[in-house]
Design a protein around this ligand. Structure first.
Ligand SMILES: C[S@@+](CC[C@H](N)C(=O)[O-])C[C@H]1O[C@@H](n2cnc3c(N)ncnc32)[C@H](O)[C@@H]1O
Length: 245
């Protein structure tokens, strides 16, 4: 599993400013999160805390962010020092989460697409399920396992591209290139099928696995025609899952 975010932590943080992140990714994810008032929330693969802060600011009672990358956690803690939201950030591996049944809601934005094997995906789902109280919810956004990435359209106008150079099979790498003002940077995800995801969720103890398509915030139409968003919404490279333990 290639997940070294330390060298690209700052660039990844800036990629979250791209309009599609706000008007599609954040809008849909927060819609699925709902009102977190009073909840204990765990943000797994929290990165520099983009969604961790958002969920706390929306009223969650207690929020913890965990990530494998020290560089990402350093950036998250710098922002915690600045904004003082009362969030705990911890360097930890999603596959080895030890906080048993403590959380009402666990969120993980772009974690599961780092599993390159069925076993890795299972370990992640097991760790997430362990973190939740019975009846707790898991909400996630990921690289879309139902998208046939070798035939993916260009997403360049949104500020990124996806590329597949090997055979399309379980574990195949998908390269994402993000274009920022000072140049591009790459990250690598892995393909595992929809069926493999559903099996991993069920084995981990999730009762329902609900897949959701991305949705567009009405604010995304200010100054942009609906046609602008068509490729992103109709051939979406990302998907959202909501599940209950
Ligand atoms: C694409 S970033 C997403 C960060 C954040 N969730 C966001 O949406 O801004 C993926 C993050 O997953 C983290 N990650 C990958 N594998 C992990 C694992 N096994 N346990 C915890 N974090 C992991 C990486 O370090 C990286 O920060």
């Amino acid at each position: 599993m290639t997940t070294d975010y330390d060298p690209i932590a700052e660039q990844y943080k800036r990629s979250k400013q791209q309009p599609w992140r706000t008007f599609v990714e954040s809008f849909t994810l927060m819609d699925l999160v709902g009102d977190p008032s009073g909840l204990a929330v765990l943000d797994v693969a929290c990165g520099e805390g983009f969604y961790t802060r958002m969920i706390r600011q929306r009223g969650a009672a207690q929020v913890t962010g965990v990530d494998l990358s020290q560089g990402m956690i350093d950036l998250a803690r710098q922002q915690e020092a600045q904004y003082q939201l009362g969030i705990d950030y911890v360097v930890a591996d999603a596959r080895e989460l030890g906080d048993v049944a403590r959380y009402d809601l666990t969120v993980a934005a772009y974690l599961l697409n780092y599993a390159s094997t069925r076993d890795e995906l299972q370990s992640m789902c097991d760790g997430i399920a362990r973190s939740l109280k019975p009846g707790g919810r898991f909400v996630t956004v990921n690289c879309h396992p139902g998208q046939h990435f070798p035939d993916a359209p260009s997403y360049r106008k949104y500020g990124f591209e996806t590329t597949v150079t090997s055979d399309w099979r379980e574990g195949a790498p998908i390269k994402w290139t993000f274009y920022l003002d000072d140049g591009p940077f790459n990250i690598e995800n892995y393909y595992l099928s929809v069926a493999t995801h559903e099996e991993a969720f069920r084995k981990a103890g999730f009762r329902q696995v609900n897949w959701h398509s991305p949705r567009l915030s009405p604010d995304g139409l200010r100054g942009r025609e609906p046609e602008y968003w068509a490729t992103l919404l109709e051939r979406s490279p990302v998907t959202f899952i909501e599940s209950v333990k």
